[in-house]
Each structure stands twice: as C-alpha cells, then as structure tokens.
Design a protein around this ligand. Sequence first.
Ligand SMILES: Nc1nc2c(ncn2[C@@H]2O[C@H](COP(=O)(O)OP(=O)(O)OP(=O)(O)O)[C@@H](O)[C@H]2O)c(=O)[nH]1
Ligand SMILES: [Mg+2]
Length: 376
Amino acid sequence: MFIDQVRIAVRSGNGGDGCVSLFHGKYQPKGGPDGGDGGRGGDVVFEVDTGRMNLLDFKWSRSFEAEDGRPGASSLRKGRRGSDVLIRVPPGTQIRRADNGELLLDLVEPGQREVLLNGGHGGKGNARFKSPTQQTPRYATPGGAGWDLEIDLELKILADVGLVGFPNAGKSTLLAALSAARPKIADYPFTTIVPNVGIVPYAEFKSFAMADIPGLIEGAHEGRGLGHQFLRHVERCRVLVYLVDVSADDPVHQLDVLRFELARYSPELAKRPALIVLNKSDVTIPSKRKLKMDYDLLVSAATGNHLKLLVRRIGEMLEELRARELPRPRRLSSLIRPDVLVDEEELIHPDEAMDERWATPPPDVDDSVRRRSKRR
Ligand SMILES: Nc1nc2c(ncn2[C@@H]2O[C@H](COP(=O)(O)OP(=O)(O)OP(=O)(O)O)[C@@H](O)[C@H]2O)c(=O)[nH]1
Ligand SMILES: [Mg+2]
C-alpha cells in the first residue's frame, strides 16, 4: 500500500509548574524558600528517515504527544524535562497546517531534524522570587501550556527526472530499462497505480533519480482515469520527460493533452525544462516530417535503442540546471512556538491565571501565562 497524504494531530508537552516550598530545618526553622522550577514540556520533532518510502505508518497512528514536564519540588529540585516526540517521515514530506494550509516544514535532506512545536516552558519555583524585600515568597509560576495542532503530511517524492505520459506509453518499461527498479509492466492501461523511483547512473559516480508515475489521460484534471493528483510526485523534478508512444493513433494530440493536463495541475510545472521523447521506435519508425511534431529523441525502451543517448541528454540537462540552482531554504516558516500561534485574546493577565497556590502574583511574572483550559 502506498500512502502519500495523511492528517495527524500533534501535541507538545505542558511545562511543569514551579513549586512553592519553605525550608524548615532542625536548627533552621525559617530556612527560606526552596521551591524548584518545573521542567520544560517535550517538543514535537520531525526527522527525515531515508528508510521510509511513504506515509503508510501514519495509517494506524495519527496522534503524537510529547511528554509534559514534571513539576518542581522542595529542596530546589527541578522537575524533569518532558521527552520529545520524534516523528520519522520519508524524504520529500511537506507539513502544512490543517486549518489554513500554510506550509510549515519541507523535509528533504536525509537526517534533517526540525522542531515543529516547542513544549511549554517550566514554571518558576518560589526560590526564584526571593529578594531582600520579599524573603518568603509564597508564590511560584505555572508551567506554560504546550500546543495542539492538526497537520497534513504530504509526500512529494524527491526525484530529478519525472516521466509523464499516457497509459501504455512505456514509462515503466523505460524506468526498468534504465535502473534497477522493477515496476509492473503490462499492455493494459493504468498498470502503474503508485509512483516508482529508480536510480539511473549517467556518468562515473553520478546518477539521477527517475520517477515513473501513473498515466495521464484527457480530462485527468476532472478526475478521469486516476486523476492528476499524483503529479505531485513530479512537482519537485528538475526535468520532465514527456514520453509519447509513437505508434499511438495521434501522438501529436497526446503530447498536447499531456501539456494541457500539466498546466491545469500547475502552470509552473508545465514550464519545467523537459524533453519530448517518442518511444517504441521498434514498432514504427516514422520520419520526422511525417510525424509533424517536434521531439528531442526517438527511442525504444523495449530494445534499448537510443537509451544511452537519452540518459546522456538528461545528465547534461541536470548538470546545467544544478550549476544555475540556488541553494534551497531549509526552513519555510519561522519555528513555531506556542507563543507564535496563540491569539492575543487568549493571553490573559496573570491575575486571572493564578489559582489559590499562586494567590499573590509575583512581581515579575511574565504576562504570557496562558489559560490552561486550552488543553483538552
Ligand atoms: N514494442 C514496444 N513495446 C513497448 C516499448 N515500451 C513499452 N512497450 C510495451 O508497452 C506496454 C506498456 O508498457 P508500460 O511500461 O507498462 O507502460 P506505462 O507507460 O508504464 O503504462 P501505465 O503504467 O499503464 O501508465 C507493455 O506491453 C510494454 O511491453 C517499446 O519500446 N517497444
Ligand atoms: Mg507503468
């Protein structure tokens, strides 16, 4: 099973509360405040795991919670920090907010690790508030609340080259001929229903990743055939290969349809550097004049005719594009902290947040103490 889109819920940990404690020793009846700080709540962290091919793991577990920080204790004992929750995703996963679709993270590099949500801060113990004028502070601050967020994970496969074509054009045959990938090949349409990726060597120690996706047909943008949603897997490709079956009834029309469907999906994708490759040259070898269409290469995936030339051409294009490319930004949005997401209205004055334990508001409590009832 191949899953490339999933909605999950994540939650960072609450911070532990600060402790109110006054030390009473045998010969020290008024030993002063010794309440420790609460621990920070755990973060929600994402990591790129190259061992994962799709988002299948999220089919069964859709809720991820980091641990809450522990409260502080007497004798200046600090509460333990809550453990983070680490979520592993395949390279190419994008994370968006479910409510407004804002792109938060784009996880592409192997081993890349990003914090999506910080845990709440730990509260301050009363020992922190002692001063010459306030020797027995009987207040502490509560830990900051963590944050709940619904997010959409979307996998957009990372490949350098994407094959687009009608069903039966020979995309899977071509991928199998060029790489070690073994996609299913058969002479009926829509043999391929999930993307396949293969690594194609094109020079010494150099290779590119090529993605084979399901076939497109006229009206795919309206949901015909398998629709056009899987075009997301060629969205990141630097080069597209339009593969057209030269023995088809109307190859020129097929190419027009492919271009039109790509433009309907994303005008930007339709402008991507591309090669027009005619396949199945072994069946009919029409002259360029007879075909009345411009193309870059005429190949045969089945017999291997001109495939070396094709790989060389793609390699050259990629080298040229790489030389011009700017480095990708690693982070798309600023780090999300609970404070960034909180609405102004949800911030309340510390006076309101204090329960009996924090009866007297400390003089320097920051006013970002948040309503704890926010947590479900
Ligand atoms: N004669 C000939 N047949 C080919 C060539 N390339 C592919 N075929 C045949 O065309 C049929 C379809 O090939 P596939 O590779 O499954 O086509 P596809 O584009 O992946 O098709 P979908 O997965 O359905 O989109 C198979 O029977 C292949 O053997 C070729 O160069 N010459
Ligand atoms: Mg196929």
